[in-house]
Write a protein that binds this ligand. Structure first.
Ligand SMILES: Nc1nc2c(ncn2[C@@H]2O[C@H](COP(=O)(O)OP(=O)(O)OP(=O)(O)O)[C@@H](O)[C@H]2O)c(=O)[nH]1
Ligand SMILES: [Mg+2]
Length: 457
């Protein structure tokens, strides 16, 4: 199998099972502050948490900055390890002045001791790069949102309603199961009370369908992060409620986890469908991935089939996760797979004895070889030279994909095809196609799979 193909599916499987087991919910609640370029995200965070993260009129925030309870600053690497940094390095990294590859999911962790982060750090705030600034920064923010439980979407009061495409609102709503709260910032720049009333009416009109029963629908807070006329009371109160309301946090985390899982499943099913269609086309022509250098073997196709079944089963147990046409695809894929790679039936073929020349399927049981009709499945006549009453046993091991042979303390011994004599009672592993013999080379037994895979006798 193409390395990438199997790895990709393994990653999805791991993500889905983490959501299913509820592991995603055993961490702090993550709140993303997001919004368009220069809407005042970082300024609001500075005011709320008494921080001095870089706020500049032109340079964009280029990395996710995670505000958490504690002291010091860290750079969080892709694998989760943390490297301590100075405040100066922190600012340079955030503004992209240090040559950090921003396409890597590297975050900066800034610690502070605000009680808005909960008594024991139950809440984390993620400051994100501007949405719809550059595709690269939007992608970073979107990936961060996939790991967050609630989004606070910041608007600029002066440009309200002029840029947020319905699509962005829908996307956030979907991604977080409605865990979205809206903030209209820069209200200090509105000239009159009439202007403010106008923005309030527009907000109601635009946002009233977004949200959920936990946060409310179209929940909108008004703020100013102007250094000269700050007004963050409404947002502070909201965060304060959250940090002290455990039940609400749990409900929000559950709602977010369910919709993240749904999002991951939908994406996975799409990719699985694409790969399976390509593998099926390949199976018809005998080359499952249509690339002769990287043929999928039957084990890999089976893994793909198992993942597809798992994904469909999980999606089937979730409300509003349409899988109708995918079930048909799975049936078709199964049929093709079994045609392409018929199930293996481990079997033996003794060359002598009562069943000489006959294929005997193991059918999951341990089979015994010898002269005793009471105990043995593969029988030899009384007086057969070299064969004991109960001579040896053989069983198929699915995990090792091979046979296990053991000598039962026979008088003349059991031998591998290279002539090595088995130590009685010890287990020997044989690959399908390998032979062994009882006492004498004439009593050879061949192993393999029923029907087609035996050597010619
Ligand atoms: N008057 C006024 N200025 C603000 C307000 N909020 C932010 N600013 C100013 O707007 C500029 C950009 O603010 P930032 O906090 O960096 O905005 P941001 O959304 O974090 O920007 P990016 O992360 O780069 O997308 C700064 O010069 C702030 O001082 C506000 O409410 N009122
Ligand atoms: Mg910023």
């Amino acid at each position: 199998m193409q390395e990438g193909m199997i790895k990709k599916h393994e990653d999805f499987r791991r993500t889905i099972s983490a959501y299913r087991s509820g592991k995603q919910q055993c961490r702090s609640m993550r709140i993303a502050i997001c919004g368009k370029f220069k809407s005042g995200k970082t300024s609001l965070i500075n005011l709320l948490f008494g921080l001095d993260l870089p706020v500049q009129a032109v340079t964009a925030t280029r990395l996710v900055t995670q505000i958490e309870r504690g002291e010091r600053c860290y750079r969080v690497l892709e694998d989760g390890t943390r490297v301590e940094i100075t405040a100066e390095e922190r600012d340079k990294l955030i503004l992209g002045e240090i040559d950090a590859d921003i396409s890597q999911p590297v975050r900066i962790a800034v610690r502070c001791d605000s009680k808005l982060l909960g008594e024991a750090g139950e809440v984390e705030i993620w400051d994100t790069p501007g949405l719809e600034d550059t595709p690269e920064l939007t992608e970073i923010t979107m990936r961060a949102l996939e790991q967050c439980d609630l989004a606070i979407l910041i608007f600029d009061a002066n440009k309200f309603g002029s840029w947020y495409e319905k699509m962005t609102l829908e996307k956030l709503q979907d991604m977080l199961g409605g865990n979205v709260v809206y903030v209209i910032n820069r209200i200090d720049l509105l000239n009159t009370a009439e202007d403010l009333a106008h923005v309030q009416r527009s907000a109601k009109y635009l946002l009233e369908d977004y949200g959920n029963d936990i946060v409310g629908y179209g929940k909108t807070l008004f703020t100013s992060a102007s250094p000269t006329a700050p007004d963050i009371g409404a947002l502070y109160d909201f965060l304060h409620t959250l940090s002290s309301d455990r039940r609400m946090r749990r409900m929000l985390c559950e709602a977010a986890a369910e919709s993240h899982m749904k999002g991951a499943l939908v994406k996975w099913l799409e990719i699985l469908t694409e790969d399976i269609n390509s593998v099926m086309q390949g199976m018809e022509t005998g080359s499952p991935d249509r690339n002769p250098d990287k043929n999928l073997d039957r084990k890999d196709i089976k893994i793909l089939l198992d993942y597809f079944e798992y994904a469909l089963h999980t999606a089937g147990s979730m409300p509003a996760c349409g899988i109708g046409d995918k079930l048909e695809l799975m049936e078709e894929f199964k049929l093709q797979y079994y045609k392409y790679a018929p199930p293996k039936i481990p079997a033996v073929c003794p060359l002598s004895g009562h069943q000489g020349g006959i294929q005997i399927p193991l059918n999951g049981r341990q089979i015994c070889f010898g002269r005793d009709a009471e105990q043995c499945h593969v029988l030899y006549g009384d007086g057969t030279p070299g064969v004991s009453r109960l001579h040896c046993t053989l069983i198929w091991d699915d995990v090792r994909d091979g046979f296990i042979l053991a000598d039962m303390d026979s008088s003349y011994g059991t031998f591998l095809e290279n002539g090595i004599r088995l130590t009685p009672g010890k287990l020997y592993y044989l690959k399908a196609g390998e032979s062994f013999y009882l006492g004498d080379i004439h009593n050879e037994v061949r192993t393999g799979f029923a029907q087609n895979e035996f050597r010619q006798f």
